[in-house]
Design a protein around this ligand. Structure first.
Ligand SMILES: [Ca+2]
Length: 375
């Protein structure tokens, strides 16, 4: 797929134990939708990835969403997508990175518009790393928050604080059941693990939008075990390097929806316009308004019309729900002090890295899942 040149590179600009299954193969099989007793070989698994039309849906998925919603539009797309997926039970939304209060107000307003009462907590505004400065686009809150909402206290809007405590409490109270969908820098997740180290082992999985295999070069068809694959830094890693290192060095089983795969997906055309021009439902109208602001901002930034966007976080959200658009390699992801990532394939590794994506199939599915049918 040819991706327009304005596309955010690498996200840099844009910023288990499964019950009844033991061992990583079991966990991997859950994530890929296969029973542990009928695991295909790696080759056949790849073939199925490329050919299956089966939706890998799990009933009553319990998710916690940690997000830097309000900057790049992809977080809002991810939230709208998850709000429209009937099998998903969103236990809470936490906000990270910079203007966390504004981000929490945005999330709360979209959730309220959907008619749901999902807890929202603002997290840490400051990354654990002292460098670099927090990055904002200047569009945060535009198109969705009015002046009164922008000035309102969080408590008046029913929004909590101390997101890390909420994450830790929710995960530990629901051992093996909660999938963390980490769509921004990992500050809150790292602080939750500091709060209670059991979070790392009691989370069912962490799906993280970030890291890479060979980004910006395309990953080879088959990764070789023992070989170290190096990737350029990605936004959600370098924006809080210390947090990312702590989370990846923990015992948590993490699926990285890498920049290798997310940047292969470019969403444009009539379904984008359907959202920007949406007249309902209310939550779609709000996200459509944000999308319009985002596209105007991007058009001004690049001094040319920008009509589409890269839905990094929406792909990560779909993957957290087992939709199976991405093929992963098991292994270990190491984040070095210079923000680069090194991935070493290993069948027993506790990490998985997205190596390739069926972008065409995702783009067929995404607009329908995003905009309806609704539950
Ligand atoms: Ca994000």
């Amino acid at each position: 797929m040819v991706v327009p040149s304005d596309r955010p590179a690498c996200g840099v600009i844009s910023e288990r134990n499964h019950p009844g299954v033991s061992g990583f193969e079991g966990w991997a099989s859950h994530s890929c939708g296969y029973s542990p007793t009928s695991l295909p070989t790696r080759k056949s698994r790849n073939q199925r990835f490329l050919t299956t039309e089966r939706l890998l849906v799990y009933p009553d998925m319990k998710l916690l969403i940690d997000t830097d919603i309000g900057s790049d539009i992809d977080d809002a797309l991810a939230l709208l997508l998850l709000l429209h997926m009937a099998e998903v039970d969103i236990l809470g939304v936490t906000t990270t990175y910079g203007c966390v209060d504004v981000r929490a107000k945005i999330a709360k307003k979209i959730i309220n518009a959907r008619g749901l009462n999902v807890p929202v907590f603002a997290g840490s505004a400051q990354p654990l790393s002292r460098w670099p400065q927090v990055w904002h686009t200047g569009t945060e809150g535009k198109g969705i928050l009015d002046d009164d909402e922008s000035r309102a206290d969080l408590t008046d809007l029913g929004i909590g604080t101390r997101a890390n405590e909420f994450i830790a409490d929710t995960v530990v109270r629901n051992p093996g059941e909660v999938t963390l969908v980490a769509l921004g820098p990992l500050t809150n997740v790292a602080m939750a693990i500091r709060e209670n180290p059991q979070v790392a082992e009691k989370a069912k999985a962490i799906y993280f939008m970030g890291c890479g295999v060979t980004f910006p070069a395309r990953a080879p068809e088959n990764l070789q075990q023992g070989t170290k694959y190096r990737s350029e830094p990605s936004h959600n890693v370098w924006a809080d390097l210390r947090a990312a290192r702590e989370v990846f060095e923990s015992e948590a089983r993490i699926s990285a929806v890498t920049n290798d795969v997310t940047t292969q997906v470019w969403w444009d055309g009539s379904s984008v316009r359907a959202l920007t021009d949406s007249d309902g439902p209310p939550e779609a109208v709000l996200v459509g308004s944000m999308l319009k602001v985002w596209l105007e901002h991007r058009s001004e930034s690049f001094n040319k019309p920008i009509t589409g966007t890269c839905p990094h976080d929406a792909l990560a959200a779909a993957e957290a729900c087992g939709r199976g658009f991405v093929r992963y390699e098991s292994g270990l992801m190491h984040i070095d002090c210079n923000r680069y990532t090194t991935f070493t394939p290993d069948p027993s590794g506790r990490h998985r890295a997205g190596a390739c994506v069926d972008a065409e199939r995702f783009l067929e599915w995404f607009p329908h899942a995003l905009l309806g049918p609704l539950r």
